[in-house]
Design a protein around this ligand. Structure first.
Ligand code: 5RP
Ligand code: MG
Length: 211
């Protein structure tokens, strides 16, 4: 089980400092969607150079122009790009093709997918490498959490690696770890914690059994 640190609402300077402090506990550095909007591919290049042992995910949430947009991040050194699972199959294929051309991985973000079991079959047939269960920030504000969707995903997914995101923190991590996803994604639970290093260590410890 890998730990992916989602860097969302953070400056480049603070993000580098945080990754330096928590690098022993994390496997994947996510350049989050708001961070990409702010900085483009600069953090992807910088993290790849500064932390060569870590994998980099560019959370582009691609909705169109799959190959072209995925390639922007892959050229910059991303190991994973994300595409929205609700989009057109042609866009999904473009992302998968681009990832395969670079020997990297395309992860489909399941946010707002109405029929998960049906879409999982289609996405795996399209060759996506990863499926990310995701309760978004706005859905979290309405009191939702991704645990039920994760259980549903674990039942239906056959080939793709499973990741999960959506407000996971030091209190809820044991419940998610029990489901044994391949990747645990944590953003605010570390970045907004009173002591981010302590939170990262606690989450890492809670995941240890499944590593
Ligand atoms: C929001 C995202 C976040 O990166 C993801 O939800 C993880 O952050 P948090 O743990 O704070 O929910 O992609 O769209
Ligand atoms: Mg994200």
């Amino acid at each position: 089980m890998k730990l992916q640190l989602a860097l969302d609402d953070i400056t480049l300077e603070d993000a580098v400092k945080l990754v330096e402090q928590v690098q022993d506990y994390i496997d994947i550095i996510e350049v989050g969607t708001p961070f990409v909007i702010q900085e483009g591919m600069r953090p992807v290049r910088l993290f790849k150079e500064k932390f060569p042992d870590k994998e980099i995910l560019a959370d582009l949430k691609i909705m169109d122009a799959g190959y072209y947009e995925a390639e922007e991040a892959l050229k910059a050194g991303a190991d994973y790009i994300t595409v929205l699972a609700v989009t057109d199959d042609g866009t999904i294929k473009g992302c998968v093709d681009a990832a395969n051309a670079y020997g990297k991985q395309a992860v489909a973000d399941m946010i707002c997918v109405p029929d998960m079991p049906k879409r999982i079959v289609e996405l795996e047939a399209a060759g996506v490498h990863g499926l990310a269960v995701h309760t978004g920030v706005d859905q979290q504000a309405a009191g939702r959490e991704p645990i039920d969707d994760l259980r549903l995903m674990c039942t239906h997914s056959k080939t793709a690696k499973i990741s999960v995101a959506g407000g996971i923190n030091t209190s809820t991590i044991p419940m998610y770890a029990k489901e044994k996803p391949d990747v645990m994604i944590v953003g605010g639970g570390i970045c907004h914690a009173e002591d981010p290093v302590k939170a990262a260590k606690e989450i890492y410890e809670a995941m240890k059994e499944g590593r």
